[in-house]
Design a protein around this ligand. Structure first.
Ligand code: 5GP
Length: 121
């Protein structure tokens, strides 16, 4: 990923504590909090603490410890939310064609109802 990371993006500001969020889960690798515009009854964003723009960037540059820690954190969020049995969807928009709005890598965790087809348009 050649684009520079934008330290003023909204999730960077959340990580610095400049914008308060109701943390669902946090550890040294990840922070999880509800999406401000939920698309499902449960809609949580999980973000790594490191400065990564997208999944492409994270997968290329993050350390093994960060990748492992983040992956485990996403699983822990699902457990904490109590959606493991009922099921959930993980989704990450990367780049313009996916409509990524916030240039800090994040995974959407959607749950709480039958989510329907992955793609509707
Ligand atoms: P993207 O389109 O980049 O995959 O998703 C960005 C997500 O961030 C959107 O679902 C949007 O609702 C959410 N979002 C944008 N700004 C904020 C914010 O200030 N707080 C929270 N909690 N979510 C935000």
């Amino acid at each position: 990923m050649s684009d520079p990371y934008d330290d003023q993006n909204i999730f960077a500001r959340i990580l610095r504590g400049e914008i308060p969020v109701q943390a669902v889960y946090e550890d040294e690798y990840a922070l999880a909090f509800p999406d401000i515009a939920p698309k499902a009854p449960v809609h949580v964003l999980v973000i790594p603490r490191g400065r990564y723009i997208s999944h492409a960037d994270f997968s290329a540059r993050a350390s093994d410890a960060e990748i492992t820690g983040f992956t485990r954190a996403v699983g822990e969020v699902a457990r904490k939310l109590g959606v493991e049995q009922s099921g959930y969807r993980l989704l990450s928009n990367s780049g313009p064609n996916a409509g990524q709005e916030v240039p800090h890598y994040h995974v959407h965790l959607l749950a709480g109802e039958r989510l329907g087809p992955i793609r509707t348009s």
